[in-house]
Design a protein around this ligand. Structure first.
Ligand SMILES: C[S@@+](CC[C@H](N)C(=O)[O-])C[C@H]1O[C@@H](n2cnc3c(N)ncnc32)[C@H](O)[C@@H]1O
Length: 310
């Protein structure tokens, strides 16, 4: 059996079990080795943080966002820690599951210390020295601090809730962001989430910045398939393959743009990776994708910025 299919079968099975996220973490840690905080992943998210901050600075009069909101925290809160280091007041990080842990937070903080020591961190963000001192202090006292105390010192409020119904007031967030999360949320859930973002974002000077990875995530693990492999399946077939732990909606850049347009959320800046048409052509596309131009289907990653100004 192909590696990607084996992973799909195992994740599908795990998705029906209680504590499925914990079991999936163990599966990914020991079998697929997909949870290790690599330099590649760390610096990729640091680059996201840099782009979010630059987007905010470009479209507002303020240099530093006071209140930030991230959806889909995942295992390593690299972007919220970056916001803390540049001087943000508070970051709400929202996820339906509590996926980080004291151990994973420590791993993340140690990466920041290493990046500071090697001088690489400064290439991405302008760190406030006192804020970095807080990180050193946390690491020195790691055993006596609780996870909640550590998050508090980092000005991170971890909200375990559904982003469709946020417990945050209207007009209260300076910078809404997400990182490789939208692709895991089907449109019937993504649409209410975007409506919620439009409710909580500040209508004067608020910015939204979202990174979306539209590649087949099974291809990240199984190099025998390419990043368009999942586009061959009909919706019915994909329903059997996809799982609720790490769902992949497969929607393309034109679908996201249509969702934004229908919700009247402006995209003031858009960038994307063009992908590889030859690789796309090697896949027998499902009829659900064939009406669209290949160049559009091939776009593999995108970034959208929106801003509100009265
Ligand atoms: C792939 S992970 C996030 C990855 C992470 N941001 C990163 O940079 O690697 C997607 C996350 O979105 C969360 N999520 C999915 N639907 C959600 C919802 N309706 N509300 C809040 N979080 C949700 C999932 O629990 C999952 O942790």
């Amino acid at each position: 059996m192909k590696k990607w299919l084996l992973k799909a079968v195992v994740q599908k099975t795990i998705s029906y079990l209680p504590f499925n996220h914990k079991i999936n973490y163990i599966f990914q840690k020991y079998i697929t080795k997909g949870v290790y905080l690599s330099d590649e992943y760390f610096y990729d998210r640091l680059e996201h943080a840099q782009v979010h901050i630059k987007s905010f600075q470009k479209y507002t009069e303020n240099k530093i966002p006071n209140v930030c909101l991230e959806i889909g925290t995942g295992w390593y809160p690299i972007v919220p820690i970056s916001f803390f280091l540049i001087g943000a007041g508070k970051t709400y990080s929202v996820d339906i599951s509590f996926l980080t842990s004291k151990e994973r937070l420590q791993t993340t903080l140690l990466k920041f210390i290493e990046a500071q020591k090697t001088g690489r961190l400064a290439h991405y963000i302008s760190v406030i020295p006192e804020r970095f001192e807080t990180i050193n202090h946390i690491i020195e006292n790691y055993n006596v601090l609780s996870l909640q105390e550590i998050l508090q010192k980092l000005h991170i409020v971890y909200l375990v809730e559904d982003a469709r119904t946020l417990s945050l007031p209207d007009n209260s967030i300076d910078l809404v962001n997400s990182n490789n999360t939208f692709e895991h949320i089907y449109p019937d859930i993504l649409i209410p989430i975007l409506k919620e973002f439009a409710r909580v974002v500040k209508k004067e000077g608020g910015v939204m910045s979202h990174f979306i990875d539209m590649s087949d995530h099974f291809a990240h693990f199984d190099k025998s398939i390419n990043i368009y492999h999942f586009l061959q399946f009909s919706n019915t077939a994909w329903k059997w393959i996809d799982n609720s732990i790490q769902p992949q909606s497969r929607i393309r850049i034109y679908d996201y743009k249509k969702i934004y347009q229908d919700l009247k959320i402006p995209i003031i800046e858009e960038s994307y990776r063009a992908g590889n048409i030859e690789e796309l052509k090697s896949i027998r596309l499902s009829h659900i994708f064939t009406p669209y131009p290949l160049e559009e289907i091939a776009k593999s990653h995108c970034h959208f910025v929106s801003s509100w100004k009265n």
